[in-house]
Design a protein around this ligand. Sequence first.
Ligand SMILES: Cc1cc2nc3c(=O)[nH]c(=O)nc-3n(C[C@H](O)[C@H](O)[C@H](O)COP(=O)(O)OP(=O)(O)OC[C@H]3O[C@@H](n4cnc5c(N)ncnc54)[C@H](O)[C@@H]3O)c2cc1C
Length: 573
Amino acid sequence: MTLRHDVVIVGSGLAGLRAALEVAGDADVALVSKVFPTRSHSGAAQGGIGAALGNEEPDSWEWHMYDTVKGGDYLTDQDAAEVLAKDAPRAVYELEHLGVPFNRTSDGRIAQRAFGGHTKNFGEAAIKRACHAADRTGRVILDTLFGEAVKRGIKVYSEYQLMDLVFTDGAASGVVLYEAANGRVHTVGARAVMLATGGFGKVFKTTSNCFANTGDGVYYCYRAGIPLQDMEFVQFHPTGIYELGVLISEAARGEGGILRNRDGRRFMEDYAPTIKDLAPRDMVSRAIVTEIRNGRGIDGRDFVHLDLTHIGRERLAEKLSDISSFVRDYLGIDAATDLIPVSPTCHYMMGGIPTDLDGRVLGAAMDPIPGLYAAGECACVSVHGANRLGCNSLVDLVVFGRRTGKQIRQDLDALQRLEMEGEPAERTVETIHRIKNRGRGERASTLRYELQRVMTEECSVYRTESGLDDALGRLEGLRARYESVTVDSQGTSYNMDLLEAIELESLLGLGETILLSARNRVESRGAHSREDYPERDDENWLKHTLIRKTEKGSEIFYKPVAITRFEPKARTY
Ligand SMILES: Cc1cc2nc3c(=O)[nH]c(=O)nc-3n(C[C@H](O)[C@H](O)[C@H](O)COP(=O)(O)OP(=O)(O)OC[C@H]3O[C@@H](n4cnc5c(N)ncnc54)[C@H](O)[C@@H]3O)c2cc1C
């Protein structure tokens, strides 16, 4: 059945919701989400949203911009960082006025706390910049924006899964969706399509990401020949609960938490003497792995301790109540008296679909693709460069989500409704039929686990050429085996087996782009740390990677970094 809307936004996390609110009223906009909208990963964000409000101590957007550029190891496009840092205070006050219940200072202003890599006076000392609602900041913002979307009557396709993007003469003309409740396939025509499908941490075994984060929107762009940018830059958050990967927010260190090795030593003093435990995530993750490799993990094992015991029960309850309950529920320990075992967990994708500052998706010639937009974690504006700072994603979502919505509204008059040629849903229908009717074959869960293992073993915090080559070989084998993937259930209602098998194609495709981009970049920068090339090499590698699928295989090319204010310098903290 063919449906029609002016604008289809796939993804109802904060990026998609914020854009939808900007377009609604002027155009018929539909939001699509494979999970119920408020279950989007944005709702899991804990620690805060960054903005130089200066409520706790003097702050300036220039300092915020500088930290974002330096945190990104100078791969950050500085025009994007300027937009982010300048617009952040307005964006936070807008959320406040919509009703987001931020924590307050004693005189009633929005409270702020310290976060990794955020400093005063261009790196002098840590600064309190993260606005927060205890440790459930994303939850309250998501609920507020979703409430607003409901109020405005925005059409929501909840539990509809994007299966394909439709193009007519190189312009986006619609999407193909699968309705989880009954297995129906729908084609939806649109004058503008926006992707806000979030990250894809599920490529890795240990991750803080939710199950929906399989990167379908990003992969479908790649499959359609659109390049992907900076895919080698994968963020590992230093403090995942050991073995589970469940996140212990950086807010824990923002509130004074300390990382300790087997000797009880605060080892970050050795790696980042100025801001210690509040160094950017790439540095803290490398420090933890280095401690572990040198036998200083707890009992010589592969984790360290996060110590919150000196913070006090009352403050933990006020500021870090969710993570206190996580460690109680998952580990049976009390954060007020016990040390928490932590190790790095895959957390955030700096790379993704290349866009300009207004969310227009860029094609192979780096020119906008008519009718196609993206924002949020699936996109790469590149405001985070080689390493995102904590509390800079939530602000990215509302700043660039809004800008993208504005751009769509502005473009809409000029965007015609294009005829969708042939049978746009054909590929989807055939894929589903093939997977269901194979009779015998491999289960998606087996292949997914092997993919996650390969990626985790060879492409985590540290990488080497031989490891990446080995991983690419193993991945090729998995891709071949994927051709025989099948499911036990023939059901049409919530056939999650089938949907997981389909998502696995995205995970395998994105895994390959990460490995190829990582093997290609023979330097260490931000979250991409090559043991065989330990130095940053600005002369040859101060440039963005783009990877594109062609008939002859994957092709890598480059794009310059926008440098406006801050010349690259050595990165010490
Ligand atoms: C545990 C955790 C804590 C975090 N804490 C913070 C923090 O304190 N501060 C901060 O700044 N950042 C934080 N982050 C990062 C930040 O939350 C994410 O980067 C951000 O929420 C991503 O938002 P988004 O709008 O791009 O996508 P998401 O919120 O991830 O939403 C993606 C949407 O796309 C939909 N979707 C995906 N694929 C399909 C498909 N095939 N069909 C239909 N719909 C689809 C999903 O259903 C969902 O609605 C945290 C991340 C995690 C995992």
